[in-house]
Design a protein around this ligand. Structure first.
Ligand SMILES: *Cc1c(COP(=O)(O)O)cnc(C)c1O
Length: 361
């Protein structure tokens, strides 16, 4: 974010001069600008992506005892947001190409208590939204898109976040659109649900100040909103840089992939590459070898959700073989625009480290 420091400082100075810090003009303006950018009727600014998911569920009428299906490979926040409103997390396997929820596994997992499904566009690649929307509609489930990796991603003729009954965005500093602290946004389609989301972010109060529903303190502050307004105009170009970097990785790593040393992510047209993660065996050794060459990599995510003790209830562990395999093998290479001058060095370090690994199965 260093390249935008001047814009960020100007935004902060504007807020200090206004002497208003919570839910003011900057938040209103950001909500409007981000809604226009996404092509959705409205956006509601909240305190984090996790809160955005919880508030989306509350807005859609979910509460204690309702079951919500989540994919087995995602940030734990996706499941924690469900638990926090007293709903029950149901973990379902992903499919290997999109790394998103597997529509067939979803259809099989739906029970009479299932009320909603959360789709995650993992790593900024489009999940199989058309198939999943179809199943959700046919089975009467609400559909929520977790767009924490997918700001500005065009897919199937619309932007990520415009397909579900609701969507949640995170502006954690490392996301494709990041604030300088915590922040998030909820997209809700139906006007009455939007009203519930607005109340939910402010203690469940209605416009007259009466507490009329479940709520929390999850307001977006003016400084984060002002900073986000200054960064939003750069998002499209930054996403384009990520796509170019992904294309360069693909070209450079193709020989290793052809030799079976690693598997590249799918070539997804609209992807915004929040992460560029390859599948590789002996990942920990590869990471260590790359670190010795001065290249830091990351893991998103391990273990899979159902391996976190507090995220599953009693009963047998759900079978999620694809998520297990990817949790063991995915290695995220640097893809942030400001790191891309180092890309040749990253490719060289990976090529060297991968020459001695077992082929990926
Ligand atoms: C970052 C993230 C969240 C949570 O966002 P916070 O702003 O950190 O609360 C939710 N889901 C996914 C997939 C994420 O990566």
């Amino acid at each position: 974010m260093a390249r935008y420091h001047a814009d960020i400082e100007a935004a902060i100075a504007r807020v200090i001069a206004s002497n208003r810090y919570i839910l003011g003009n900057e938040v209103d303006a950001f909500e409007e600008e981000f809604a226009r950018f996404l092509g959705v009727p409205r956006v509601i600014g909240v305190n984090s992506g996790t809160d955005a998911l919880s508030i989306a569920l509350i807005a859609l009428g979910l509460g204690p005892g309702d079951e919500v299906i989540v994919p087995a490979l995602t940030a734990i926040a996706t499941a924690v947001a469900v638990q926090r409103i007293g709903a029950i997390v149901r973990i379902v396997d992903i499919e290997p190409i999109t790394r998103g929820l597997d529509p067939e596994a979803l259809a099989q997992a739906i029970s009479p208590r299932t009320a909603a499904v959360i789709v995650v566009h993992l790593h900024g690649m489009p999940a199989r939204i058309a198939d999943i929307s179809h199943i959700a509609a046919a089975r009467g489930l609400s559909l929520v898109e977790d767009c924490a990796h997918a700001h500005g991603m065009m897919m199937d003729g619309g932007m990520a976040g415009s397909f579900g009954d609701a969507a949640a965005f995170s502006f954690y500093p490392t996301k494709n659109l990041g604030a300088i602290g915590d922040g998030g946004a909820v997209v809700v389609r139906a006007p009455d649900a939007a009203e519930r989301a607005r109340r939910a972010r402010f203690h469940g109060q209605d416009r007259a100040g009466l507490c009329v529903q479940a709520g929390m303190n999850s307001r977006l502050d003016e400084i984060q909103a002002a900073v986000l307004r200054s960064l939003l105009p750069h998002l499209t170009a930054d996403n384009a840089s990520r796509r170019e970097a992904a294309a360069r990785y693909e070209a450079a790593l193709m020989p290793l992939a052809a030799a079976g040393r690693l598997r590249l992510p799918q070539r997804a047209a609209g992807a915004v590459w929040h992460q560029y993660a390859v599948e590789i065996t002996g990942r920990d050794r590869v990471r260590q070898a790359m670190r010795e060459c001065g290249v830091e990599t990351e893991i998103h995510y391990a273990p899979a959700l159902h391996r976190h003790p507090a995220l599953i209830g009693e009963g047998p562990l759900p079978a999620c073989p694809v998520a297990e395999r990817l949790a063991d093998t995915l290695l995220s290479l640097p893809i942030q625009p400001e790191l891309m001058p180092q890309q040749p060095r990253i490719v060289a370090a990976l090529s060297k480290a991968a020459s001695s690994v077992e082929p990926v199965s």
